[in-house]
Design a protein around this ligand. Structure first.
Ligand code: DAT
Length: 174
């Protein structure tokens, strides 16, 4: 018997909006696999140089895509990354852009140890809705959804909605 078809979900948004928190819990509740692109790159050393300004390694996007392509083809993967135009459009059935208000985001990034330009640039990235616009360019608009991610209540609501969407998708596609 052919195995059940399962959707691929992209969770994206500015660093600190809550992608990892949502993604891990979502994986628990749906049984989908959770892939954190930052961790995947660390483990496989999928980097190509170092960004002095932001003091972080630069992702080797082609190698990340090669590494994941087969798994994505099988379906059932939640991907967590703060960018979205590096992935093939065909990978995702739905894209969620998490959004946080300035003060929430500022406080979260500050407690993560971000300071100065890195802190300001990330908060500005959120204010300018940079990732949302990137997502709207990279994917069909009708599969891109914004989710507020300020409070624990938001987290619960987002979990409920995505779990429901996943169940419906599996009914429709099996
Ligand atoms: P990201 O993966 O987008 O960088 P995260 O999941 O690591 O973000 O979350 C950053 C911090 O914010 C972390 O301390 C958990 C907290 N957080 C995440 N979602 C939240 C929510 N909906 N309400 C309150 N705090 C939240």
């Amino acid at each position: 018997m052919k195995s059940k078809r399962r959707p691929n979900v992209l969770l994206t948004g500015t660093p600190g909006v809550g992608k990892t928190t949502l993604g891990k819990e979502l994986a628990q509740r749906t049984g989908l696999a959770y892939v954190n692109i930052g961790e995947l790159a660390q483990e496989g050393e999928l980097f190509d140089g170092y960004d002095e300004e932001y003091q972080c390694p630069i992702l080797d996007e082609d190698r990340v895509v090669d590494e994941l392509d087969e798994k994505m083809g099988e379906g059932g993967v939640i991907v967590d990354y703060h960018g979205c135009d590096l992935f093939p459009e065909r990978w995702f059935h739905i894209v969620f852009v998490l959004r946080s208000d300035n003060t929430h985001l500022y406080n979260r990034l500050e407690s993560r140890g971000y300071t100065g330009k890195k802190l300001q640039d990330n908060v500005q990235c959120e204010i300018f809705q940079t990732i949302y616009e990137e997502a709207m360019e990279a994917y069909k608009e009708e599969i891109v959804h914004q989710l507020p991610s300020n409070t624990p209540e938001d987290l619960e609501r987002n979990l409920d909605q995505i779990v429901q969407w996943t169940e419906q998708w599996m009914k429709d596609n099996n």
